[in-house]
Design a protein around this ligand. Structure first.
Ligand code: 5GW
Ligand code: MN
Length: 350
C-alpha cells in the first residue's frame, strides 16, 4: 500500500511538473505574440503603426523556387549612377527584375492609389492617360484612380481590368492656373485623410498631360518616391530652377539641392505622401499670405521638401520624359512622358 501511494504521488508530481512547464511555455509564447502586436500598433514619428505593419519595404518575401537571372555585383549598368549618396536606389532599366519584384509584391496584396487633376480644358488629356495606364501602370495590381475635375460629365468611359477602378471627384473651376496648381496638394492631403486611410498602401500623384509608353510597376514602390526631371539631370545644381528668393519657404540656397525633381510625378507610402502634401500646402499658403509665389509653384515646394526629407527611392527620367525632347542614350526606355501641349488652346486666360 505505501508503495502504491508513493507511486501515485510521484505520478501526480510528474504531471504537475509537465503541466507547469507546458503552462510556462504557452504563456511565454502568448506574451511574445501580445508584445509583437503592441509594437505593430505603436506610432513611430510621423508614420502611423500601419506603415510598420504594412510597410512593404521592410520584408521582401519571394516565393520559393522562383527562377530568374542570376544577379551580379560586377556586371550591370555602368553608364548611369544607380544609387544616391544616401543609398537610395535610382531606378533605371536594367537595374531590377520585374518578374521577381511583381511576385514579391503580389503576395502582399497591395493597393495603389493614383491622383490626377483634369481641370478645364485639361480634361482632353484624360482619355489617353487612363487608357495607357491600363496598359502599363501596375498591370495585374489593385489600382484606384482618383480624378479631380470640374467637368465630371466629360470624364471618358475607359474599360478597366478587374481590381482597377476610377473614382471621380468634382472640384470648382478656376481661371487662375496658380489656384489649380496650389490646390493640388490640399486636395491630395484631404483625400488621404478622408478616403484612403486604411484602404491604400501606396499613392502616386501624376500630371494628366502625359501618357504611359512602357512599364511603370512595383520597381517604383518605396517609402517616399521622387522622379528626376528630364530637363536638368545633366546640369550643375546652380542651373536648377529652384526658388532662389530666401523670402519663400521653397528657397533652396546656392550649393544645396541633390537633384531637380518633377512636380508632375511623386509618390510613396500613404503616410509619407500625406506629410509631404500637408507640408507643401502649408508652406505654399504661408508664402501666399506674404505675397510670394515660388518660381514653379508646388514643384518648387516639392524640391525644397525633398532636399531635407530624402526620398527612399529615386526614379530616373525614364519615369517622366517629355515628348518634345529627343531620347538621351542612357534612357533605354521611356515609361511615362509629357505630351506636347498647345498652350494657347488649353490654358485658361491668365
Ligand atoms: C493651366 C494653366 C497653366 C498651368 C496649369 C494649368 C492646369 C493644370 C489646368 O488648367 N488644369 C489642370 O488640370 N492642371 C493640372 O495641373 C493637370 O493635371 C496638369 O497636368 C497639372 C500641372 O500643370 P501642367 O501640366 O500644365 O504643368 P507642366 O509644368 O507639366 O507644363
Ligand atoms: Mn504636365
Amino acid at each position: 500500500m505505501p508503495f502504491l501511494n508513493c507511486k501515485i504521488l510521484s505520478t501526480i508530481l510528474m504531471l504537475t511538473l509537465i503541466l507547469g512547464v507546458l503552462y510556462c511555455y504557452i504563456f511565454q509564447s502568448y506574451r511574445v505574440v501580445v508584445s509583437f502586436e503592441k509594437t505593430e500598433e505603436t506610432p513611430v514619428g510621423s508614420s502611423s503603426g500601419k506603415s510598420l505593419v504594412r510597410g512593404h519595404d521592410f520584408n521582401l518575401v519571394a516565393p520559393n523556387h522562383l527562377q530568374y537571372k542570376q544577379p551580379s555585383i560586377i556586371h550591370g549598368r555602368t553608364d548611369v549612377v544607380t544609387v544616391t549618396p544616401w543609398l537610395a536606389p535610382v531606378v533605371w532599366e536594367g537595374t531590377f527584375n520585374p518578374v521577381l519584384l511583381d511576385s514579391i509584391y503580389k503576395q502582399k496584396n497591395i493597393s495603389i492609389a493614383v491622383t490626377v487633376f483634369a481641370v478645364g480644358k485639361y480634361i482632353m488629356f484624360l482619355k489617353n492617360f487612363l487608357e495607357t495606364a491600363e496598359q502599363h501602370f501596375f498591370v495585374g495590381f489593385k489600382v484606384h484612380v482618383y480624378v479631380f475635375t470640374d467637368r465630371p460629365k466629360e470624364v471618358p468611359e475607359v474599360k478597366m481590368a478587374a481590381g482597377r477602378k476610377l473614382i471621380v471627384s468634382s472640384v470648382p473651376s478656376s481661371n487662375r492656373w496658380q489656384e489649380i496648381s496650389a490646390r493640388r496638394m490640399e486636395l491630395i492631403q484631404i483625400l488621404i485623410e478622408e478616403k484612403l486611410q486604411n484602404y491604400t498602401d501606396y499613392i502616386f500623384c501624376l500630371d494628366v498631360d502625359s501618357k504611359f509608353h512602357g512599364r511603370w510597376g512595383t520597381e517604383s514602390l518605396g517609402r517616399l518616391v521622387a522622379v528626376i526631371h528630364p530637363g536638368y539631370y545633366r546640369d550643375d545644381r546652380s542651373k536648377f530652377p529652384y526658388e532662389r528668393r530666401p523670402a519663400s519657404r521653397a528657397y533652396v540656397a546656392p550649393g544645396e539641392g541633390d537633384f531637380y525633381y518633377c512636380g508632375g510625378a511623386f509618390g510613396g507610402l500613404l503616410q509619407e505622401v500625406h506629410m509631404l502634401a500637408k507640408t507643401c500646402r502649408s508652406n505654399f499658403e504661408a508664402d501666399a499670405r506674404e505675397g510670394i509665389e515660388a518660381a514653379w509653384q508646388e514643384e518648387s515646394h516639392l524640391n525644397s521638401y525633398m532636399w531635407v526629407n530624402k526620398p527612399s527611392k529615386v526614379l530616373s527620367p525614364e519615369y517622366l520624359w517629355q515628348d518634345f525632347k529627343a531620347r538621351n542614350p542612357e534612357v533605354h526606355i521611356i515609361r511615362f512622358s509629357g505630351v506636347v501641349k498647345n498652350y494657347a488652346e488649353i490654358r485658361p486666360n491668365v
